[in-house]
Design a protein. Sequence first.
Length: 280
Amino acid sequence: MGVIKKNVNILRIFAQKPNIKGWKGILKYVLKRVVFIFFASSIFMTLLYRFVPVPITPLMVIRCMEQLAEGEDLQLQKDWVSIEKISPNMVNAVVASEDNLFMKHWGFDFKAIATAKKKNEKGKKLYGASTISQQTAKNVFLWPDRSWVRKGLECYFTVLIELCWPKERIMEVYLNVAETGKGIYGTEAAAQHYYKKSAKNLTPEQAALIAASLPAPRRYNPGNPTAYIRSRQQKILRLMKLIGPVQLKKTDKKEETKESPQITKPKSTKSKKKSSRKGK
């Protein structure tokens, strides 16, 4: 009976209306609820997108609104495919172009950030240092802007996806939602639009052209590249050779030891020779 009474009292406490006095109390109450809903919903959506394809992003909605405002025909080409259906050449190209340390960092490349900061202080041209993880967080959850608020939220979502998603999933989402042309999103839609083939069959040269156009996808056309994009393509191809194939899946150490051939140690051979001499 005592346990039941305690449970009833707890339910009564939760059922009671919050004691709100004055506009300050109302403001605090609303802020607490807003903060709670934001964190709960952001964590939920991050966990959901770990397994479910991203149906639409804020950038896609913004671009569609811009097209309608300018009186243009609505264009939204996207085709979600799994990472297995995207050429490794495309993975290698974006790592070489956008984020050389993608497999090593936890969402942020602090050396690149420091370098970009020094360059921005010296010249008028702005240099970025966003990793693929940061770009994925921005593309999926946020809007295109250079404000400190958006940058702070980008850092928050970057930490979330790095904690909740493996590198393979981050790359898969990135290659499916990144803007690759006017009204075109993802490498599958880009491959079909520019080269009339699937993303799985992209050559290193084609993948490098798409990667070279990513910083300004609505300005540059991988299907009809300018001299500048051609020069970027050649740099990316050289980096692809230097970096080598990107292994997104981490192999298990136990499996590696099972598959690797056993090598006899020199100590064991010496012991065998000694035993044979004793026998003689």
